[in-house]
Design a protein around this ligand. Sequence first.
Ligand code: ZN
Length: 290
Amino acid sequence: MAVIVLRCTARCVLGVLQFQSACVCWRTDCLSRWFQNVSGGTAPLSKLCSPFACIEEHLENQLLALLPESDKSRWLSLLKYVDLQQGQSLYASGQSLNHVYFPMGSIVALHGVSQSGLMSELALVGREGMVGIVSFLGGGSSTSDAVVLSSGPAFRMGAQALRHEFENSTAVMSLMLRYTQALISQMAQTSLCNQYHSVEQAMSRLLLLSLDCVQSTELNMTQEVMAQILGVRRERVSQVAVRWQRSKWIQYARGHIAVPDRSALERVSCECYKAIKKEYERLLPSDWVP
Ligand SMILES: [Zn+2]
C-alpha cells in the first residue's frame, strides 16, 4: 500500500499519515484507534477514520470541504500538504502555473506589480479559496503575482490535474466557476476601496479579511507589508496602527497583530468588507451542493 506522509499542522501535533484508502490522524483521540487496529484489530482502517473527514477536521479549506464525496476521495491522491512561508512567491506575472494551492491557515496576496516595483492589491486568498484559477480558465499564465502574506499550511495540487478535474467533473467546474466569480468580486471591491476610501477604512478591510483567512484573532503582518499591499506610505499605516493601539482595538508588536476588539474594526470599516463577505457567502454557502 502506498503511503504518503503529510507533515503535522499547528493543531495536529505529530503529523498525519495518509494511506490509499484510509487516513490516520496521530492526535491523541485518533491514536488509540490506530493502535487498536495495528495491534490486531479486524476493522479496516477506512472504517476507523474516513480519509477526507480526517483532513477536513484538521486542515480546513472551504472549497475542498464543498467537494462532493465522490470527488473528495479522488482528490485525496492529488493533494500534497505543504508549508507556505511568508514572502514565498507561488507564481509571478507571465509565468505558467505548475501548481495550485488551497490555503488552510496561510494567506496569499494576489497583486499587480509595475516594472518599477509598485504594487497594487487585487485580492487575498485564505481558507475560503484557492490560488491559481488560470490553471482551469485556459489562459496558461496570469498578469498578477501570488505571494504568501502569512505563513501556514496549504494543500498543493498539480495545475494540469486540476484542469483535468475541471473538465471531467461537473461539480468541480461549478465550484471553481463560483469561486472565480467571488474572487473577481473581491478584486473589484478592493480596487474601489483603495481608490475611494480612507487608509483607515482600507486597513480595517485588509485586517478583517486577513483574520477571516486564518480564522483567528491574531496574525503575522508587518506595517511595511500592509503599506505595500495598500499602496500607501508606511507612515500612514503606522499612524492608524498607533491610534488603534491607544484605543485598545489592536495590539501590535514586531509584525504580530492581535485584535481583541474585532467589532471596533468592523465599525470603522467601509462597506467593502461586508460586500466581499456577502458575495462569498452567497456564491459559496457552507451548505452548497452542485
Ligand atoms: Zn472600502
